[in-house]
Design a protein around this ligand. Structure first.
Ligand code: PGA
Length: 252
């Protein structure tokens, strides 16, 4: 079975001081959750404080984005090399970045390669809009995003894929486990297998979109779901740890 992972996407929340407190809370409760890799993804400016707070524990750190170039005239951007030593993971292609910050499949593709070259584990995010779902295009959209994001890249090292239906993010309207399985065990796994053969079955697949302590177990009970990418419920140590505990219990 692929690694079980519960990653907290803090988005544009927490000051540096708040991030350190939240990270320490997760660190202190992490030992009670075994078998699930916990990943905290704070804003860039808090990476150092969070990395310091979880030092010596099993808790890992991730960034929420990254540029694919190593350095240069890219005002406001952060390079793979700058993240080395601070992070193990990097979220790439989140729908908020695709929708609000002009992230394209092409840039996501370059970022995934750059992350892997820097020894960072990319969490590739894919997801359809409500309109695409209602038009019956969800599977096509998702497999298109996977193909484009991984084109020309035979390397599955560290790769994690998160299915986050856009209509489920931050809305409280989580996808049913059946809907998640239809896409994750269907379009996602089939596309990954067609690209990577048997290696596809070693890639951790995360569900994201209004995941919380109450519903996490139902997702993790599905064979093709290996954890979650959690937004709102990751902003408190207790609820984040409860999500992770529910995933661990469902897979035990
Ligand atoms: P949410 O966000 O859990 O608040 O829906 C998930 C995400 O966008 O990663």
């Amino acid at each position: 079975m692929p690694d079980l992972i519960v990653a907290g996407n803090w988005k544009m929340n927490t000051t540096v001081a708040e991030a350190a407190v939240l990270a320490a809370g997760v660190r202190d409760g992490a030992a009670a959750v075994s078998g699930v890799e916990l990943v905290l993804c704070p804003p860039f400016i808090s990476l150092a404080a969070v990395s310091e707070a979880v030092k010596g524990s099993a808790v890992k750190v991730g960034a929420q984005n990254m540029h694919f170039q190593e350095s240069g005239a890219y005002t406001g951007e952060v390079s793979p090399g700058m993240l080395q030593g601070l992070c193990d993971y990097v979220i790439l292609g989140h729908s908020e970045r695709r929708q609000m910050f002009a992230e394209t499949d092409e840039s996501v593709n370059s970022k995934i390669k750059a992350a892997q070259a820097a020894g960072l584990k990319p969490i590739l995010c894919v997801g359809e809009t409500l309109q695409e779902r209602e038009a019956g295009k969800a599977s096509d959209v998702i497999s298109g995003q996977i193909r484009a994001g991984l084109e020309g890249n035979g390397n599955t090292t560290g790769l994690v894929v998160a299915y986050e239906p856009i209509w489920a993010i931050g809305t409280g309207q989580s996808a049913t486990p059946e809907t998640a399985v239809e896409i994750m065990g269907g379009a996602i796994l089939e596309t990954l297998r067609s690209l990577h053969g048997a290696a596809a079955d070693g890639i951790s697949l995360l569900y994201g979109g209004s995941m919380n302590a109450g519903n996490a177990g139902e997702y993790a009970a599905q064979a093709c779901i290996h954890g979650g990418l959690v937004g709102g419920a990751a902003l408190q140590a207790d609820s984040f740890l409860q999500v992770a505990a529910a995933v661990a219990a469902a897979k035990a």
